[in-house]
Design a protein around this ligand. Structure first.
Ligand code: HEM
Length: 339
């Protein structure tokens, strides 16, 4: 009887040790390095997260066709979310508000860039109907894309508290539809701009002199020579073409997510590219719109009527004006208002 009790005690102790060892093994780092079984009954989220090496994810078995749905946990999603919710709005606010502030300072210090020689009353054709059509299709679609995009980043914290959640929800809904569809005419506009203006935007030595002279923007009366487009405009052109291309490629991945079997991490990459570039793009286009309208006397006429004053052309595009004159470009005199 005594032997039986001893035997029972040893057996119970062995069972206890075995059980304890199993428990330790279950939480020890060595076993944690092995991929845990996400469908096991006792698996906990913390265990899964701790077990993941950087870049890894926990995937399970699924029977539906979309294999992406099998990803249970992707820890990079948390980093991405933090970037998207916190860092991107800061980048956007600095880029957009910073540019507006710089433009305001420039306006108050330098004032409007005037035509030094005043309006001559003679005009020269700068952009034909097709050039202007392409410009305004690209510009107007860009404005809607920019506003509806900014609404996605800032609307929840700026619009919703002011106009209410319901108003924000319908604005965001219509904004999303506009954003999705207007992306196509915008992409077409950028492609057409490249076709019609690339030949006049090839950089050359003259551009260096123009840049050294600050484009004549900071010194009154300074007018570095330029052909059809000066270095500043060439910069804008290539930002629009290359920026437009990258916005289009990244936007395409957002319009058609996972269409070529991408991983979640690739989607996150394209969202970040699209978001950060859009903020930089908007900031640059604010500066462009400023100098093409209130910032410079006579500039807007180029994209409105297509005709610019000869003195404007002489001051900002002297070599181009000479070329035009040699080509025999003759236009009827423009009516000058009586003083
Ligand atoms: C309402 C805003 C805008 C205004 C007032 C404006 C005005 C102008 C003007 C006056 C010109 C002709 C400059 C010249 O005679 O050389 C021009 C050219 C141009 N615009 Fe705009 N624009 C605006 C928006 C945009 C947008 C959103 C884009 C593209 C996304 C764009 C792209 C271009 C390009 C590539 C050129 C030719 C290169 C240059 O002159 O910088 N514009 N714009």
């Amino acid at each position: 009887m005594k032997t039986a009790i001893q035997f029972f005690r040893v057996g119970a102790f062995a069972l206890l040790v075995g059980f304890a060892a199993a428990q330790i093994a279950a939480v020890s780092p060595a076993s944690a390095q092995q991929a845990p079984n996400p469908t096991a009954q006792s698996v906990k989220e913390d265990q899964l997260l701790n077990a993941l090496k950087p870049g890894a994810s926990v995937s399970g078995r699924i029977t539906i066709p979309d294999q992406n749905a099998g990803t249970l946990i992707q820890p990079q999603g948390q980093t991405w979310r933090a970037f998207h919710q916190s860092t991107l709005p800061v980048i956007g606010a600095v880029a957009v508000i910073g540019t507006i502030a710089l433009l305001a300072v420039f306006f108050f210090v330098r004032g409007r860039v005037k035509i030094d020689g005043g309006f001559s009353g003679r005009t020269v054709t700068r952009f034909g109907g097709f050039d202007r059509f392409v410009h305004w299709v690209t510009a107007s679609t860009f404005i809607v894309l920019a506003l509806s995009g900014l609404n996605l980043t800032f609307g929840k914290s700026l619009i919703a508290p002011l106009f209410g959640e319901a108003a924000f929800a319908s604005l965001a809904g219509y904004g999303k539809i506009a954003h999705n569809y207007l992306a196509f005419p915008f992409m077409a506009g950028v492609a057409l701009m490249f076709i019609i203006w690339a030949k006049d935007n090839v950089p050359n030595k003259l551009d260096l002199d123009w840049i050294k002279a600050g484009g004549g923007l900071f010194v009154k009366g300074a007018h570095p020579p330029a052909k059809r487009f000066n270095a500043g405009q060439k910069g804008i052109f290539w930002i629009v073409v290359i920026g437009g291309l990258v916005m289009s490629v990244s936007g395409w991945h957002l319009l058609f997510p996972f269409s070529d079997g991408h991983f979640v991490s690739e989607q996150q990459f394209w969202v970040n590219v699209h978001g950060v570039l859009s903020m930089v793009f908007i900031a640059v286009m604010l500066a462009h719109a400023y100098i093409g309208s209130v910032g410079m006397e006579g500039a807007f006429d180029a994209m409105a009527a297509g005709e610019v004053d000869e003195n404007w052309a002489k001051e900002h595009h002297s070599l181009w004006l000479e070329e035009q004159k040699q080509l025999g470009a003759k236009t009827p005199p423009r009516a000058v208002p009586a003083e």
